[in-house]
Write a protein that binds this ligand. Structure first.
Ligand code: BGC
Length: 523
């Protein structure tokens, strides 16, 4: 039946055996190699907080910040670390990634997912080299911008690659490997900072920044050997190649059902000339557009990057010494990696919704606990000189539970869910919206967190908790389950949904009309 059915929805129901095939070694190796793309993003998230707390680095590039910190004798813990210039250095990367993701959209669509990954890796490598060799702040900034461009390209293309290449009933498992690589990148970066900060002569920061080149080289080499996805090949008119590839990655000769679905999606896609115009204008893309904006928005408003960027600072605030703070950041990093594995095992079994909902509730409970603990001890003045050890330990435990909640829900699913819901014609554009919104709010949180901590005090955790309530409700009412649904059949989840279906059957919608006419002609 494949591409010639009248309606896109419900073509073959929920039958999990609808596409014949098995999990081949070839596809497993390919997907693992592609998931490495997450490493560069993770390494960067993890590295900058530690580097900007290394005294020799600060003294060289941000002398005023360095002297302010040295001279600061106030006991108001909430406001100790607020420095806009320093956070701008960290967060500038995310602005560059935001802009780059829009260029990546065209590249990913026209030249394939693989080329975007390779390009991202190359630019990132150049950025890492410039950063490691920096003798002036301008080199640091240029390096950061190049790293950002690399992240923009990789985050735009890798999740799409994984979702299209995976067998549909393992899509969750493999796509979550992207997040696993992000978390490994963060952890490795934290460990490096911990050791390199101790290097005598104070040049350890060069190693921290320069070693970002290693994951970049891994991506460049792996994308060199990867084949592109069948969906992208068909989209670019290379059907025969796509057929041969499908047989190889699914390990069977009979790939007609899947191939025909991809072909049908491509035929629909050809009716849509301008994805950018349509994704914003056509009502039938409204559900997908809303998800591509709200999911990354909510992911960042969980407040996770407060922990990822500022864990050492936060732990210092609650009374740990420098070493203990860095060590606690490593502990939360380990929890982040381990908890992501839960999602690898269960995203395709329990479904996305169960994980989203459970993760939301868990984060909420422990955010409130942290707010209560910090509020009780620091009050509104933040004037504290000594805190009992048990207190710091209990806070760290609560933060670990919060991180685990994120790591098996909104962390991985924040990349998986958007990458699997777009129709082929707007997939690349939609993913760019997702990356851009994600980067914008990553930037914003990084930029304003320290200032907010200073003004909102422990109320900051309540602020993020409020968004966690909103997003959990949003998920409950508006996010349909996507597990076990082939990617090119995803429109049916919107057609069957109590709320979104009203957008899907509008006869006046030009895209809807054209796609329907096309199907009638084909029958
Ligand atoms: C988010 C990052 C975050 C990381 C933490 C990712 O999914 O996009 O902003 O730092 O998870 O593991």
């Amino acid at each position: 039946m494949g591409g010639v059915g009248f309606a896109v929805s419900g073509r073959r129901g929920d039958d999990p055996t609808q596409y014949p095939g098995k999990l081949t070694w070839y596809v497993v190796m390919t997907l693992m190699a592609a998931a490495m793309g997450g490493l560069i993003f993770g390494y960067d998230i993890g590295i900058s907080g530690g580097v900007t707390s290394m005294a020799p680095f600060l003294e060289k590039f941000f002398p005023s910040v360095y002297h302010n910190q040295m001279d600061d004798t106030s006991t108001n813990q909430y406001c100790k670390f607020d420095s806009q210039i320093l956070t701008l250095f960290t967060s500038s990367l995310y602005l560059a990634a935001l802009v780059a993701s829009f260029f990546a959209s065209t590249m990913t669509k026209k030249f394939g997912r693989r080329k975007s990954m390779m390009f991202g890796g190359l630019i990132f490598l150049v950025g890492a080299i410039i950063n490691a060799a920096a003798v002036h702040i301008s080199m640091l900034i240029i390096g950061r911008v190049l790293l950002g461009i690399g992240v923009g390209f990789a985050n735009q293309s890798v999740p799409l690659y994984l979702s299209e290449m995976s067998p549909y009933n393992y899509r969750g498992t493999f796509n979550v490997c992207f997040q696993l690589m992000i978390t490994i990148g963060i952890l490795v970066a934290n460990l490096f900072n911990y050791f390199f900060a101790k290097i005598e002569g104070g040049w350890g920061w060069r190693l921290s920044l320069g070693l970002a080149g290693v994951p970049a080289i891994i991506i460049i080499i792996s994308s060199f050997f990867l084949s592109d996805t069948p969906n992208s090949l068909v989209d670019r008119g290379r059907e025969e190649e796509a057929k041969t590839l499908l047989k190889r990655i699914r390990g069977v000769e009979n790939i007609d059902a899947e191939f025909n679905d991809i072909l049908a999606a491509r035929n629909d896609a050809r009716l849509v000339q301008n994805p950018w115009q349509n994704i914003f204008k056509s009502r039938c893309y409204r559900p997908q557009l809303v998800m591509s904006i709200l999911i990354p928005f909510f992911q960042q408003l969980t407040g996770i990057n407060v922990i990822m960027f500022y864990a050492p600072v936060l732990f210092k605030t609650i009374g740990f010494g420098s070493d203990a703070s860095l060590m606690s950041a490593v502990i939360t990093g380990v929890i982040n990696v381990l908890a992501t594995c839960v999602s690898i095992g269960f995203a395709d079994r329990w479904g996305r919704r169960t994980l989203f909902l459970e993760g939301g509730v868990q984060m909420l409970i422990f955010q409130i606990a942290v707010a209560a603990l910090i509020g009780a001890k620091f009050g509104v003045t933040g004037d504290v000189t000594e805190l009992p050890k048990w207190f710091a330990i209990v806070v760290v435990i609560c933060i670990c539970f919060y991180v685990a909640g994120f790591a098996w829900s909104w962390g991985p699913l924040g990349w998986l869910y958007p990458s699997e819901i777009f129709s082929l014609e707007i997939r690349s554009a939609g993913q760019s919206v997702n990356v851009a919104v994600n980067m914008f709010f990553t930037f914003l949180v990084a930029q304003v967190f320290l200032g907010m901590l200073c003004t909102m005090k422990f109320g900051l955790f309540i602020f993020f908790a409020f968004f966690v309530v909103l997003m959990t409700l949003f998920c409950y009412f508006f996010m349909p389950e996507t597990k076990n649904i082939p990617i090119e059949e995803m429109t049916r989840v919107w057609r069957d949904h109590w709320f979104w279906k009203r957008f899907m059957n509008d006869p006046n919608d030009p895209v809807n009309g054209a796609i329907k006419m096309n199907k009638i002609e084909q029958v």
